[in-house]
Design a binder for this molecule. Structure first.
Ligand SMILES: Nc1nc2c(ncn2[C@@H]2O[C@H](COP(=O)(O)OP(=O)(O)OP(=O)(O)O)[C@@H](O)[C@H]2O)c(=O)[nH]1
Length: 397
């Protein structure tokens, strides 16, 4: 049996049945939009407004594809005008949703361009029947939306997202590039006919129809990636101060313990705010929280780039110093103690001196767990407290 060679080239795309393609892709777009709708309540609160805009955009783009599918069977003026208006509004909503995703405000010009496009389209269908003007304006506006959205996702996404942001930027640039090429080439190419629709027109139409499906998938990925990253971050961050929490500190100390066998040293500083209960009792819990934030700020500043400082629990903080010997660890503790002593918490009608007591210990190679070094730091801290507070004490041996 002889096999017929598969002869699919880009030129064969022109032979595909556009109506079936548009309708299938419209159904797919509605399906992915539906998935986004089903996931809505599970999305993070700050993603939900963007997701609503996105679903409206998907609905409009799917309807636009239906209009384009039945273009030949509907009267030209309303079908071209409605189809293109829906498509332009759809891409504007996508760009708006992506801007919103990253906390940006509405860019009114996105919709301003749509209004301008509708006027030019209406005129080019009635007063001056110019096919090319319609393509330049409609495709040009959609490409502008896509490329602006790609820029926003690139600019704001790289700080926060990994894979999904790059995927969205790539898809938007690819689709924006093809739709834009259609707009730019329109003045130089003959208008399409039934027998010769022209490759760029077929590609532009297909990309326009596939756009909501691929982009909605990328949007879903962005939403889930944001949730994943935020949850991971929340698991290692203290909610009040934003400093690393006990879990992160213990993990950092364990990493350091693992490196001690290689000759690296690891210092620990445990500190506890002095008479914190009386700050709460005298000035209220809110002022107590402000005091914790104040200490957190001073610690963050004091150890920046050298060590990890975090909230160990309640009014206790821990500084983990990888690579530091005993002298450096004591010097760091003294400098933090002095910084706290010298910097009261200044509120509009209150200046509150806040001090802390510090316990220093070194992790030893024969420590089988970090808890042993923490217990030595805690014992030193207890001595600092019992010998008058507002001072540094070092492990006994
Ligand atoms: N405002 C506020 N208070 C907290 C928080 N976590 C723990 N505390 C308070 O911290 C206080 C700790 O008090 P104690 O352990 O008695 O110690 P202290 O008053 O600091 O006394 P010394 O440590 O002996 O100097 C308690 O009153 C807790 O309610 C918090 O997140 N916010």
């Amino acid at each position: 049996m002889t096999m017929r060679p598969l002869n699919l080239t880009l030129m064969n795309l022109s032979d595909l049945d556009p109506q079936s393609i548009y309708l299938t892709l419209a159904m797919l777009a509605l399906l992915t939009g539906g998935v986004l709708g089903l996931m809505h309540r599970g999305l993070m609160a700050d993603v939900q407004p963007a997701a609503v805009l996105w679903r409206i955009g998907t609905l409009l783009l799917a309807f636009a594809a239906v209009f384009f599918a039945f273009r030949g069977e509907l009267p030209q003026t309303p079908s071209v005008l409605v189809g293109n208006t829906l498509a332009m509004l759809g891409t504007a909503l996508y760009a708006h949703a992506l801007r919103r995703f990253f906390g940006g405000n509405t860019a009114a010009w996105l919709y301003g361009l749509v209004a301008l496009g509708v006027v030019v389209l209406a005129l080019s269908l009635t007063v001056f029947p110019l096919y090319r003007a319609r393509v330049i304006v409609a495709s040009g506006i959609m490409a502008t939306h896509m490329i602006a959205a790609a820029y926003w996702v690139y600019r704001d996404g790289q700080r926060e997202l990994e894979i999904s942001g790059r995927m969205m930027t790539g898809v938007l640039l690819f689709c924006g590039g093809i739709v834009g090429a259609r707009a730019i080439s329109a003045p130089f190419l003959p208008p399409p006919t039934h027998d010769n629709p022209g490759l760029i027109n077929v590609l532009g139409g297909m990309v326009g129809a596939i756009f909501p499906v691929v982009c909605t998938t990328a949007f879903l990925m962005m939403a889930t990636e944001r949730s994943r990253i935020r949850l991971l971050r929340a698991a290692v961050t203290d909610e009040l101060t934003g400093l690393p929490n006990r879990r992160a500190l213990t993990a950092e100390a364990k990493r350091g313990l693992a490196q001690i066998q290689g000759g690296t040293q690891l210092g620990l500083i445990l500190l506890d705010i002095d008479h914190f209960k009386s700050i709460n009792d005298t000035h209220g819990h809110d002022i107590g929280d402000k005091a914790l934030l104040h200490i957190a700020g001073l610690l963050r500043q004091g150890v920046q780039g050298i060590a990890m400082a975090g909230r160990f629990g309640g009014e206790e903080f821990l500084v983990v110093l990888p690579g530091a010997n005993l002298d450096t660890t004591i010097a760091m503790a003294e400098s933090l103690c002095a910084a706290l002593r010298a910097t009261p918490l200044n509120l509009p009608d209150l200046s509150l001196p806040i001090t802390a007591s510090f316990g220093v210990s070194m992790v030893r190679a024969n420590d089988d767990a970090i808890d042993r070094a923490l217990a030595r730091a805690d014992a030193a801290l207890y001595r600092a407290k019992s010998s008058g507070r507002n001072r540094v004490a070092v492990q006994a041996d």
